[in-house]
Design a protein around this ligand. Structure first.
Ligand code: DC
Length: 236
């Protein structure tokens, strides 16, 4: 499942192939930072939110309600979900169809958050995530990387930021992607997604005990990556 063309700088230098876990709420800058970090290290960037989004996309496509746990569970045996990596970029395939460009709409975001609370979905996605991450040299980003998927990750970060800053960032992203609605709508969507992600019974968004917390409210992505690299360099 892992692409053969991922350049592992760490391998060339004979350094260790670390597993780096990055968790935090929506709009905190996780994806930007995780991508930059993975590219600096020559590691694979694993965006686990894309897997939940692909699941949500498949549910919407099949006309099922993402909140209906039984309907969702019934879809799983018929579903094939793959992540393919080419030169550091991931492509997400649902039953062989490339859906990468369709995963970041507000509709898919809301459905992904809802479906991620279904225990059967989390159990189904667990081995997929671990398989992609096996062998290390990976920067894995999501909500439960440090707590559930890679509990023995070599380095764990938990990113936080002021909710208003997060809503502004997310709104800018949406505008850039051409999905703009009013800022108030983005802000309200983010707040309800936060509540769902933090309060669900299974694998809620909580920091691992051994995670390093970084508040990104007043930091650029490069500054966050620099802080992370300082921690990681000591382990390589
Ligand atoms: O990171 P993201 O916004 O692309 O994630 C979409 C949704 O998927 C998010 O609302 C929560 C869920 N998710 C999760 O529950 N666990 C993960 N490891 C990643 C994402």
């Amino acid at each position: 499942m892992r692409g053969h063309d991922v350049g592992h700088v760490a391998e060339e230098k004979g350094a260790r192939r670390l597993t780096v876990a990055i968790d935090g709420p929506a709009g905190v800058g996780k994806s930007t930072v995780a991508k930059l970090l993975a590219s600096q290290l020559g590691y694979l960037y694993l965006d686990t939110g894309a897997l939940y989004r692909a699941m949500a996309w498949a549910l919407i496509e099949s006309g099922r309600d993402p909140a209906d746990a039984e309907a969702v569970a019934a879809l799983l045996p018929t579903l094939s979900l793959q992540m393919q990596f080419h030169h550091g970029t991931a492509m997400v395939l649902v039953n062989g169809r490339d859906v990468t460009g369709e995963l970041r709409t507000p509709e898919v975001s809301a459905a992904a958050s809802t479906v991620s609370a279904v225990p059967a979905v989390r159990a189904w996605l667990l081995p997929i995530q671990r398989q992609i991450g096996q062998g290390g040299a990976v920067v894995a980003e999501g909500r439960d990387m440090g707590t559930k998927v890679f509990p023995s990750a070599d380095v764990k970060f938990f990113l936080e930021a002021d909710p208003n800053v997060r809503a502004q960032r997310r709104h800018r992203e949406l505008v850039t992607a051409g999905h703009s609605g009013p800022f108030e709508e983005t802000s309200a969507d983010l707040a309800s997604r936060d509540t769902r992600d933090r309060s669900r019974a299974i694998a809620p968004l909580v920091p691992a005990e051994d995670a390093r917390h970084i508040d990104t409210s007043n930091l650029s992505a490069t500054e966050v990556v620099d802080q992370m690299m300082a921690v990681i360099a000591a382990k390589l």
